[in-house]
Every structure is written in C-alpha cells, then in structure tokens.
Design a binder for this molecule. Sequence first.
Ligand code: GLU
Length: 289
Amino acid sequence: MRMSRLTAIAAVAVLSLGVAACGGDDGDDAGSGSGSGASGIVGKAEKDKKLVIGVKADQPGLGLQTGSAYEGFDIEIAKIIAKGLGVPESGIEWKTTVSANREPFIQQGTVDLVVATYTINDERKTKVNFAGPYYTAGQDLLVPTGSDITGPESLDGKKVCSVSGSTPAKRIQTDYPKAQLQQFDAYSKCITALAGNQVDAVTTDDIILAGYAAQDQYAGKFKVVGKPFSTEPYGIGLKKDDSAGCKKINEILTAAGTDGSYKAAWDNTLGKSGTPAPTLDTSKLTNCG
Ligand code: GLU
C-alpha cells in the first residue's frame, strides 16, 4: 500500500502540530507560576528546575541507553520540552519505561512526562493527557531476510512477537487472531527471539523496527516488510488533569517546528540514516483534554 520501507516511514511522518489546536481557553491558566496555584508540570518545572521523564532504553534511534546516557529522537524531543519549560538538561532525570508501565508511571507520579514512542489513543486518554503528536508511525513487521511473510495477512499460524501493553500487540490479538502472539516487556527481547529463530516475525511501529534492522549485529539478517497497517501518532504523556501543562507543551512543539530545533532533533538521530526530517504539520495538536 505504501511504498518502500523508508519512503513509507518518511511519508507517514507528516507531522501534526496545531497552533490553536487545543481549542478554546478553558479559563484555567494554572501553571503561570505565580504562586502555589501552579500544581501541574509548568509550576513544578518553574519551582524545581527538574523533571523526571520516562523514555525507552532499548530502541535504537529513538530511546537507547548506553551506560547512564540516553540518546535518540524521543530523548531530543524530551530535551526540547524540558528546555521550553525552563528545565536545563542537567535537571532531567531519565527513567526507563516499558510499554505497559507508561500510564501507571504517569498516574502514580513516578514520572512527570513520558516521551516513549507513545501512541495517542482514546483508551489511553481516559487515563493520561497527551500533547502532540510530534511524529506519526505505522505498525509493520520485521522478518528474517528470506521470509515469505509479506504482511499481517500472512501471519496465520506464525509466531509473532510484540510487547505487552502496546498497541501493536493488541492489534494482532483483535485483527489477526490466527497469529500466535508471543509477548515480552521490551522489543529488544523480541529481536533476540527473532535472531534465534524462536519467532517468525516481530511487530511494532515501522520506525522502531527500522532502528533494529539497521544495527550492525543484524546487518543483512532482517528486513522491514514495509507495508504499515496502522497509524500511530506519538504523543507526550502527562497527568490527565494537567490541561495547562499539555497546552504549554504543544506551544513548545509548535515553536520547535519553526525554530529549527525539531529538525535538528531528527537530523541528529533518526535522520542519520538519510531520511529527511518530517514536516511539522501544525494543524493537529488537538489532543489536550
Ligand atoms: N506506539 C506503540 C504504542 O505506544 C508501539 C510502540 C511502543 O510500544 O512503545 O503502544
């Protein structure tokens, strides 16, 4: 349906930032920092100059931990948001999340924000708020180079690995029930299983799969099928009641789209593969609740 892998990734990466996206003013301007009334992320950032940000640690190009350092596109987006909130890089505490603990980490206050290939959807919106999207991915399949799997419709009876608490795992269960779904807590474990021939395919967002396929140790071994079969808009998760914080983050993203920092975040991470930075479409920042 959608061209080759990287073209597809680039094509679906038409971004979504909306200027007036959050709609009408709800009249609650909490977070202005003018005293104890600012209870959300804006007030916390102003007061403490610190933020705890949940990110992935095992996704090359997006969120990858090496020693104590984290790098990737999500990490750069998180730094942009922190800076816009007045928090220096030294004030960021990175906290590794997996797909299944993102909502609980936000709800329990374990993290202030989540920037972790985190799809915005209605079910999650009942628990958390979402700024963004800052990128749009699509679910795809990673298979051994010689595999005859050509798309989700050829998964009947095949062992497919994904991560619990993720939208791709759920989609396999609901839309492709004849696939044998194996779930781990992190995608790197699925990749190890694929390399060891314990599963026939790994499924998650195309941009995540492309990062694994490009790793030196798997050179020539895997291919991304390149037919995305969902839309995964990536949001920045925060507390459900922090509407003011959500709007502020959308303003920061909007500015990043025009001041070159969004493009630099891409160019210094995922863009190294040669894929040009997505265009920030400022019309879709409509998710703040
Ligand atoms: N974007 C999808 C999700 O949020 C898959 C990637 C992930 O699990 O982080 O569930």
